[in-house]
Design a protein around this ligand. Structure first.
Ligand SMILES: Nc1ncnc2c1ncn2[C@@H]1O[C@H](COP(=O)(O)OP(=O)(O)OP(=O)(O)O)[C@@H](O)[C@H]1O
Length: 248
């Protein structure tokens, strides 16, 4: 239907021959990868390997020096994709002098969430990240982990078809981390395409497929089992090291 969101099968991500250079520094080199619709795809790599730079380009916040990125059939960056992509940055983009509820209201209107659905959806996402009791608190009084959780709630608010999460569970305790991952898996099954960066190996195991980045290059792509089998490794960490990665 014209003007309607695409069908689930259209919401994949295609990255083709992407370079990103900052001055003389080549931060991403010839990255090509495909995230299939409704897949949970993990980007794994040590600090400084280029994960954030790559997800920013995919989300349309930064632009490649060379190469193309297509999300949901649309070449990025495109301002009108804002409402279709949920992006959670590594540093929280929150208004600290507002309450959580006020932040959610602001982003809900920015995303064009119909006001009828707004209240209910805000309650749902806050419940999901276990912040219901802190809805009216000023964000300046939130801990680091609470801010991460609120950022995640905001990224989920408009039920985006594509969810891009940059280290979403940093500073979040193991029990809540497990419940957030359960929810991400459920969203994947329900048709959301999810791209997530992580340092955490047990999170990597929960992804359908993984891309391993080192020094701005993609050194391996596959399911966790494929990557382990290919390198005769017992764990993803061992596989990563076998592919030439370094510890994060
Ligand atoms: N705006 C910029 N100008 C110059 N260099 C940059 C810029 N943004 C990123 N870089 C460099 O690009 C490289 C990759 O950074 P990036 O943040 O993408 O890595 P990362 O894998 O996400 O690391 P981390 O896990 O620590 O977040 C780093 O060497 C960083 O210093």
């Amino acid at each position: 239907m014209p003007g309607q969101e695409g069908r689930t099968e259209e919401w994949g991500i295609q990255v083709s021959h992407v370079d990103r250079r900052f001055g003389k520094k080549m931060v991403l080199q010839d990255i090509s990868l495909e995230v299939k619709p409704a897949e949970v795809f993990g980007l794994l790599g040590p600090s400084g390997s280029g994960k954030t730079t790559l997800v920013k380009i995919i989300a349309g916040i930064d632009e490649a020096t060379r190469g193309t990125v297509v999300v949901g059939g649309v070449q990025m960056p495109r301002i009108d994709m804002l409402g279709k992509i949920g992006y959670m940055a590594q540093s929280d983009a929150l208004y600290t002098d507002l309450t959580a509820k006020e932040n959610l209201d602001f982003f809900a209107s920015l995303f064009g969430l119909p006001s009828k659905q707004r209240k209910r959806r805000i309650e749902e996402v806050m419940e999901l990240v276990n912040l219901t009791d802190s809805m009216k608190k000023l964000v300046s009084a939130y801990s680091g982990g609470m801010k991460r959780r609120l950022s995640l709630a905001i990224a989920l608010l408009h039920r985006p078809r594509v969810l891009i999460l940059d280290e979403p569970t940093v500073g979040i305790d193991p029990a809540l981390r497990a419940s957030i991952w359960n929810e991400l898996r459920a969203m994947g099954r329900a048709g959301t395409t999810i791209l997530v960066t992580t340092h955490v190996m047990d999170e990597a195991e929960k992804c359908d497929r993984l891309g391993m980045l080192r020094d701005g290059r993609l050194i391996a792509v596959g399911t966790p089992d494929e990557l382990k089998a290919h390198t005769h490794s017992a764990t993803i960490e061992e596989a990563f090291l076998a592919y030439g990665g370094v510890r994060g």
